[in-house]
Write a protein that binds this ligand. Structure first.
Ligand SMILES: *[C@@H]1O[C@H](CO)[C@@H](O)[C@H](O)[C@H]1NC(C)=O
Ligand SMILES: *[C@@H]1O[C@H](CO)[C@@H](O)[C@H](O)[C@H]1NC(C)=O
Ligand SMILES: *[C@@H]1O[C@H](CO)[C@@H](O)[C@H](O)[C@H]1NC(C)=O
Length: 299
């Protein structure tokens, strides 16, 4: 009886060492500043969904990385599946800055494109601009707002009123992301741009009160992350194969969940749980050298 208790204690202790519980520190960094980082995003390689690999960078702040640069992430709404980013080099009502292109990678355009209610405003377009000629149809009426209103109410844009020799201000164009995706700012032939989001609420609201920035709406890959999280794991992926991986502890990953799915231990081998505990038992037997395996299995 005493022997049984001793073995049981040893077994439990060994289990605690080999299989850290969910109390162990999370393997993936789950915030950057005050912005929570959840699936499908990840800060370290192997965390989050592979499609979102290398998209975020947490240095002083959280940044969204695209081929045209790093954009500060203002917020992430996991319920609405949206992320608001800000281009510090973009013009707004209060600051005029020369345009530079906003370019996203192919995969970003597919899984985290600018939302439908994000409007790009091309400013001070030349009369030869494609959006004033052949591609005129790409410009739309934006909640009744006009170029004149924009040039008139924003300090930063007032210069456009003065820069014209005729009586009218230079043209502008309210358009969608697709326009700037397919035509660079140089092709568009407009010297500045700005972008505004939550545009459905902006009828009758003056440009001073618009919210400048770009809202992206992301889709979450359906790979069974729910089951993994329910079992206390963190969703990630195998950095070689990009296959789904439930990260259970620093020593164990699973292809499904931490409760009983196939487990990948540090040996990189897929070992079913039952087999795993048998190994544990044999190991214990060798360590103690006191009893035979069948006796322990009886407990
Ligand atoms: C992260 O973003 C910052 C801010 O733009 C940038 O300077 C830095 O190079 C980025 N780091 C990496 C590892 O990409
Ligand atoms: C507006 O565009 C014209 C060319 O179309 C350019 O010469 C002018 O400098 C621009 N205005 C400002 C304030 O950048
Ligand atoms: C678990 O997965 C993460 C992310 O892919 C990896 O960094 C880690 O080495 C894996 N651990 C094991 C034990 O396979």
């Amino acid at each position: 009886m005493k022997m049984h208790l001793l073995i049981l204690t040893l077994l439990l202790q060994l289990q605690a060492i080999v299989i850290p519980t969910t109390l162990a520190l999370s393997i993936c960094k789950n915030s950057c500043g005050n912005i929570p980082i959840n699936y499908p995003f990840g800060l370290q390689d192997g965390c989050g969904a592979p499609q979102f690999r290398n998209m975020l960078n947490c240095t002083t702040d959280l940044f969204f990385q695209t081929p045209s640069g790093s954009y500060k992430v203002e917020s992430i709404d996991y319920n609405k599946k949206s992320m608001v980013i800000y281009d510090p080099e973009m013009s707004t009502c209060s600051i005029l800055q020369p345009h530079h292109d906003f370019v996203m990678a192919e995969v970003q355009t597919a899984i985290i494109p600018p939302s439908q209610d994000t409007v790009f405003v091309l400013l001070n377009c030349s009369i030869d601009s494609p959006v004033l000629n052949h591609y005129k149809y790409l410009c739309f009426n934006f909640q009744g707002h006009t170029c004149d209103e924009l040039y008139g109410s924003c300090n930063a844009f007032r210069v456009f009123h003065l820069s014209t020799t005729t009586n009218s201000s230079p043209p502008c164009c309210f358009t969608s992301y697709n326009t700037v995706k397919f035509m660079s700012m140089n092709i568009l032939d407009c010297t500045h741009y700005t972008s505004v989001f939550d545009t459905a609420k902006l009828r009758g609201v003056g440009p001073l009160d618009w919210v400048y920035g770009i809202k992206l709406s992301f889709s979450v890959p359906d790979v069974g992350c729910g089951a993994c999280e329910k079992s206390g794991g963190t969703c990630g992926f195998d950095t070689d194969t990009q296959g789904f991986m439930c990260l259970c502890s620093s020593a164990t990953n699973s292809t499904r969940d931490c409760a009983g799915g196939s487990v990948i231990s540090s040996g990189q081998k897929i070992v079913p749980w039952t087999h795993c505990s048998q190994l544990l038992v044999s190991f214990l037997a060798v360590v103690t050298g006191l009893i035979k395996v069948p006796l322990i299995l009886q407990i």
